[in-house]
Every structure is written in structure tokens, then in C-alpha cells.
Design a protein around this ligand. Structure first.
Ligand code: MG
Length: 170
């Protein structure tokens, strides 16, 4: 059912994935953020490709629409989603936004990752997100932070993402 037609709707998404040594030493998948692969000796554990940035953005869009969340739409118990490219989940959120007659105004995301540094990859991530969301790069912002070496994220054992989107009625 389409969301109530306010002129604007805001959405927030959050995700965290545990980081483990890469297979075969551990369960970590290659570290992908926003569909861009970052070279690292650890990677996220997850049922899909475990791209925490794409998951948080997907949930932000779905949340803004008042739709079910990513875990409801794509349960991790479904073998069809094993190692799935998370761009597929984002595409479904974008499709639902379009169906509800909302367009993305802008996205602001914060990736919290101790290592590797996000900075060298920010431009590629931004460009890829603009492509996946079919918006200009000026509509996309991604910030990288560390967790100051404290707690699981700071010890390099997890990656965490917050994302906020603004949707406007077309
Ligand atoms: Mg996730």
C-alpha cells in the first residue's frame, strides 16, 4: 500500500555486521560497502554479500515509505538470498519508492569502521550509490569515522552504518 502522501518523508536506516577473517580462515565475506570492494584481511559475516552500507540505505528508504524492513522483505533464512548482491535489495526499495510516487532528495550516511580507512574509497562509493539510486552525485554523501579503538567496532570486529534519506512526493 502506498505511504500517505506527505510532501516529504524522512527515513533512517542502521546496520552492523561482524567482521571476521576471510574464508577459508573464517566466515568473513569480501568487505563491500556501497557495492565497492575494499581490500582487507577481515570481512563481514552475513547471509547476503553483507554490504552494511547498502543494507542501511535500503532500510532508510523502506522506513521513509513506511514499508516492511529489509529483514522482513528478504529473510536471511531464505536460501535464494545466500551471497546475494545487496544492490538487488536496494533496487526493490527504489522500486517501492517509485511505486509510492516518491523520489530521493538526498542521502547522508555515516560508516563507522576502524580499518581500512574509508577515505580512499569515498569517491567510488559515492559514484556507485548515485548510479544505483539514479540520482546525481550531489544528492549523495558518505562520511567515514573510526570508533576510536573502543568497543567491538573500534577493535575492528564490526562495521556499523547509519543512513538518513529524504524522500519527496513526485
Ligand atoms: Mg545487514
Amino acid at each position: 500500500m502506498p505511504a500517505p502522501h506527505a510532501a516529504f518523508r524522512i527515513g533512517h536506516g542502521y546496520d552492523l555486521h561482524r567482521l571476521e577473517p576471510l574464508a577459508p580462515a573464517g566466515e568473513g565475506r569480501p568487505l563491500r560497502l556501497g557495492g565497492v570492494e575494499l581490500a582487507h584481511d577481515r570481512g563481514p559475516v552475513g547471509h547476503s554479500d553483507a554490504d552494511a552500507l547498502l543494507h542501511a540505505i535500503t532500510d532508510a528508504i523502506l522506513g521513509g515509505l513506511g514499508e516492511p524492513d529489509i529483514g522482513q522483505l528478504f529473510p536471511d533464512t531464505d536460501p535464494r538470498h545466500e551471497a546475494k548482491d545487496s544492490a538487488v535489495f536496494l533496487a526493490e526499495a527504489v522500486r517501492r519508492a517509485s511505486e509510492a510516487e516518491y523520489a530521493l532528495v538526498n542521502l547522508d550516511a555515516t560508516v563507522i569502521l576502524e580499518r581500512p580507512r574509508l577515505l580512499p574509497h569515498k569517491a567510488a562509493i559515492r559514484a556507485n550509490l548515485a548510479r544505483l539510486l539514479a540520482v546525481p552525485e550531489t544528492a549523495i554523501n558518505v562520511k567515514g569515522k573510526t570508533h576510536e579503538r573502543v568497543d567491538a567496532v573500534g577493535e575492528g570486529r564490526a562495521v556499523e552504518v547509519h543512513a538518513v534519506v529524504l524522500l519527496a512526493r513526485r
